[in-house]
Design a binder for this molecule. Sequence first.
Ligand code: NAD
Length: 492
Amino acid sequence: MSMNSARLPAADSPLLGGFSHTVNGESVPGASTFPVVNPSTGMAFAECPDAPAELLDRAVCAASTAQRAWKQLSFERRRGYLHDLAAALRAASTALAPLLTREQGKPLFRSRDEIERAAASLEALSNLELQPEVLRDDENGRTQIHFRPLGVVGAITPWNVPLVLAAPKIAQALYAGNTMVLKPSPYTPLTTLELGRISREVLPPGVLNVIAGSDDLGRWMTEHPGIAKISFTGSVATGKRVMASAAGSLKRLTLELGGNDPAIVLADADPRQIAERIFWAAFYNSGQTCMAIKRLYVHDRVYDALCEELARLARTVKVGDGMEEGVQIGPVQNRMQFQIVRDVLNETRALPGARILAGGNVAADGGYFVEPTVVAGVSEGCRLVDEETFGPVLPVIRFHDVEDAIARANDSRMGLGGSVWTSDLALGEAIAQRLEVGTAWVNHHSGVDMLIPFGGIKESGLGREFATMGLKGYTEAHVVRVPKLSQRTHAR
Ligand code: NAD
């Protein structure tokens, strides 16, 4: 990655500083720092402390020590702490939202929304019940399964929605009785460091440690013998690396990886009614959402009408610096991603039959802006359709036969989400059940609910987050078998 290729601002605008790691409830400033770039300007605006390997050791040690007392607390006590953290995060929203916009690029109202969603997830996940389950209770005795904490959880997050991805990991790990070392992406480390700072006032020391650094820091975490589980959200390629290096100490893993989500629009769908929902499911956060619509399959009968509606929306939304009033779509988050999107766009333009119906322009200088782009006349066999572009470019693919569309939708190594759009809900549900994905929606796409497990199949991930199923992923099953009192020997 190219953290050091940031352009520096003019000498009269000093970099924002004062950010620090949180280890054992204390502020740890960085001996060295790296620049954080505002994607709306392409300029470094802040400097972030860079954690060396010794600080990771200290953080793991603090988390491990803190876990001894933390795991003894009742669920109610831990819930209380997590609700207090949610309240403190909400209280900091006014100061945090502009920082999130400056480091990530998203419009300010989306940053406020992200902070609220992060706080709400801390509450919702710690409101769940995680009781021992009775597996058997008969003349042979009673067998129960208990869900015990694992120890220290290492959490690694990407740059698209840093707080919304970190908060549920914190909630699930801590509520289940674990402690945590959390590492944000080096592209968007600042609001997560601030969350760490906020937590110092709320949580017992060592329960949540937040340290920032390069990709190497993530790798060291996956190799660290003191970490029992890695909860990772990021790309498929990195997820595979995480899995390989976590194998050394047989760490437990939750992997939330990339997606190349298909949406299938049937002939009976009304293009005018569904266009706006489809548009935002594809272009929300400049297309930088794991579960964005990335391949839109549309029946021949409604193809032209839906293309027209989507192109109209793409032309009317306001793209710009997220700090500006009225902006709906910000820039692509970093230069590397911007270059990928630009390359994919250039390749797409050269494809025979491809038509850019709206957008297609990328900023020549300054911020990493790409217009929301709707592309018609493309099909499988090109990068835009076959790979996860992770940017605001949507391929609209024509189909005639729904069986063919289902087969093409499923013909992917990824399997995060998918959707079916139709006025026949029963048909939609039947097709949704055939999509090879972790979550299939009807007349809707994207969005998570803390009470519903979320995750991918195939190369989109391993395990589930959220709901009791997600919570159990932060525990070890512990079976206890007790004979009936009258028995002298254990039942077999
Ligand atoms: P990335 O894989 O490049 O980086 C993610 C994190 O991993 C960063 O913190 C990075 O520093 C760290 N990292 C890098 N190399 C590492 C290594 N060898 N070992 C351990 N950690 C390492 O991903 P990204 O580009 O930041 O994020 C975009 C990707 O995330 C997309 O593919 C997107 O679909 C995916 N994503 C998935 C979900 C989901 O819930 N399934 C949610 C959001 C994003």
